[in-house]
Ligand binder design. Structure first.
Ligand SMILES: Cc1cc2nc3c(=O)[nH]c(=O)nc-3n(C[C@H](O)[C@H](O)[C@H](O)COP(=O)(O)OP(=O)(O)OC[C@H]3O[C@@H](n4cnc5c(N)ncnc54)[C@H](O)[C@@H]3O)c2cc1C
Length: 583
């Protein structure tokens, strides 16, 4: 196997042979959401040749393209604002656990990225010539910019794709799923990929590698993201020796769309409706219920996400849920004219789905939406493993135990840009990529392995089972009993997985791909469950029904590492760690 010097030619679309195709680049970016694309642009600006690889279509595979709403940045064009106000709100929302350095960068540099996207033609909504901003829960003033309330993510994605298309030093390769990073002499020297179109392995030698693979919400049965969000980046980083932090903090969005069926729209789209029009949350008996849980909305949207999630869960538990197991959200008090004035084209999209909000409520329920935890990184987005950088949602710590609305796209832009810069600087210091054949061998063998025909392990059923376990026992409300049950189930699924994937590496072999997915999902699920089991308190997105209070001794980050084939969670206060060991 050789690592060929980088050329500006696109990757061959020809089917690959069983021998690995080998490419080399200065900077490898894995994942082409906002973080990956901004990273690629910035690395290219820094003089690097870049290969941007994605398991899906470039710029269309992750959460960025699905986000329809808002991006938080203290531009202050309409209402005076300053990054420090944004920072104060971010820190308060994070319940004492934000990595202050990362949170500061997010807030301080968000406006620059927003303005750069503006110059690139993203089309932020304007009023009287100023970029306009809207209010969102947890922000002390209108701070969230948008394109419109249905196209913000697609516009960000399209703008970054257009900028990349003008840059000859960025090569793009879709349908390329990275299955393992390659390490040699203690640093990351590239990666091994599974080319979905042919089933063949590809080795990519890189002077610096950036993971921008997004979040993990596919671990849950009901989630707002795409099927690519099984947490690949966390698992890749773990196996490569990096630490994950804050893995217990999975954000659930309380009023995710539940029914009727809604096609082509963001399942969390009811948030802007509530900002603008209030709306009423009702239980299955059409009764207002939030006042029973300490909030009287009275037509206004004042209910916090954690309280709304709790109230809906408890109504369903008490047998007072809506038919599909959630609550009703009603805008029946609104006139057709007021709905159209507030949401224009969105109303037509709803009509295409058979939804007329003036005549019917919709059903909503909490939905897994975002992950606050992730790979530990410093201010240059460098991980503890030399040569490995991270960007976007895969980074842990900036948002602490709870994320503010609009901070995720800002995080993707700011951290993407920083990672691209850091990776290009590293690439400049190195003469050649250093990937050695022997270091990539195990991963190549895995991609090339012939599956065990005698073994009947249904990967799709196992993914569904894992999602049920995570939803039932590792949702927003947790107990030691449920978490221990989840832990046992995950171990059982892991033992069924075996050592090699099924099939023979045929073209678009989804069962084989699912095996690789499951391998990652199980590792990441364990990291979430073990961290949640340890954390014997309630904080932000992690609510323990058996430990309902937030405790000062738990204002600490837990980290997860992979050592000798086992996950090790550390960081719990000494007494708590001893209790967890004893249980
Ligand atoms: C429905 C929805 C609405 C949202 N709305 C908002 C909002 O209004 N405001 C806000 O701030 N945030 C919002 N968020 C969150 C925000 O969109 C994400 O946090 C952010 O876009 C993440 O960007 P990213 O670049 O880190 O990852 P993503 O955009 O998720 O991209 C990750 C990419 O990595 C690729 N990938 C994954 N694994 C591999 C692998 N092994 N090999 C190769 N490629 C891989 C995926 O295919 C994908 O293209 C929303 C999220 C969702 C799901």
């Amino acid at each position: 196997m050789t690592a060929e010097p980088m050329s500006a030619e696109p990757m061959s679309a020809e089917p690959m042979s069983a021998e690995p195709m080998s490419v080399a680049t200065d900077v490898l970016v894995v994942g082409s959401g906002a973080a990956g694309m901004y990273a690629a642009i910035e690395a290219a600006r820094g003089g690097a040749h870049v290969l941007l690889a994605d398991r899906s279509l470039i710029g269309r595979g992750g959460a960025t393209i699905m986000a329809q709403m808002t991006v938080a940045a203290a531009l202050g064009e309409e209402t005076p604002d300053d990054w420090q106000h944004h920072y104060a709100d971010t820190i308060a929302a994070g319940r004492g656990l934000c990595d202050e350095q990362l949170a500061r960068l997010l807030c301080q540099q968000g406006p620059e990225c927003i303005r750069e996207l503006d110059q690139w033609g993203v089309g932020w909504a304007r009023k009287n010539g100023h970029i306009t901003a809207t209010m969102a829960p947890g922000h002390d003033r209108p701070r969230c910019v948008y394109v419109d309330f249905i196209n913000t993510g697609p516009a960000v994605s399209k703008t970054l794709r257009t900028v990349m298309a003008r840059n000859q030093t960025i090569r793009k390769a879709g349908d390329l799923c990275i299955v393992d990073l390659v390490a040699g002499d203690g640093e990351i020297t590239g990666a091994v990929a599974y080319h979905l179109g042919t089933g063949a392995p590809v080795t990519i030698a890189a002077k610096a590698t950036i993971l921008a693979t997004g979040g993990l919400t596919r671990l849950y049965r009901r989630n707002s993201a795409s099927t690519n969000m099984g947490g690949d980046g966390y698992a890749l980083a773990l196996r490569a020796g990096a630490s994950l932090i804050d893995m217990e903090f999975v954000q659930f969005f309380p009023i995710g769309h539940l029914a009727p069926r809604l096609i082509g729209m963001d399942p969390i789209m009811w948030d802007p409706f509530r900002y603008k029009l209030g709306g009423q949350l009702l239980n299955g008996r059409m009764e207002e219920f939030t006042s029973r849980y300490g909030s009287d909305e009275d037509g206004k949207y004042v209910l916090t996400r954690d309280l709304a999630t709790y109230a809906i869960f408890k109504e369903v538990e008490a047998g007072r849920g809506s038919p599909h197991g959630g609550a009703y959200l009603s805008f029946e008090h609104c006139t057709p004219a007021s709905l159209r004035e507030a949401f224009g084209p969105v109303i037509d999209r709803l009509a295409a789905n058979g939804i007329d909000l003036t005549r019917m409520p919709v059903e909503v329920a909490p939905i897994a939406h975002y992950h606050m935890g992730g790979v530990k990184a410093d201010a240059s987005m460098s991980t503890e493993v030399p040569g490995l950088y991270v960007a976007g949602e895969v980074v842990g710590g900036a948002n602490g135990a709870n994320r503010l609305s609009g901070n995720a796209i800002t995080e993707a832009l700011v951290f993407g840009r920083r990672a691209g810069r850091g990776a290009a600087e590293r690439a400049k210091r190195m003469a050649l990529p250093r990937l050695r054949a022997q270091d990539a061998r195990a991963a190549i063998d895995l991609v090339c392995a012939t599956g065990d025909a005698r073994k009947s392990f249904n990967t799709a059923a196992a993914v569904a089972q894992l999602q049920s376990v995570m939803t039932d026992d590792v949702g927003p409300f947790r107990t030691a009993t449920g978490l221990q049950r989840a832990f046992a189930e995950i171990r059982m699924l892991a033992s069924g997985l075996g050592e090699r994937p099924p099939g023979h590496g045929a073209s678009f072999d989804l069962e084989r791909l699912e095996w690789f997915d499951l391998r990652n999902m199980l590792a990441v699920a364990r990291a979430v469950v073990e961290s949640a089991l340890n954390r014997a308190e309630s904080r932000g997105a992690h609510q323990r029904e058996d430990f309902p209070k937030m405790l000062p001794q738990w204002q600490v980050h837990q980290s997860v590492r992979w050592r000798d084939g086992e996950l090790r969670v550390s960081g719990a206060p000494a007494a708590a760690a001893a209790a967890a060991l004893a249980s």
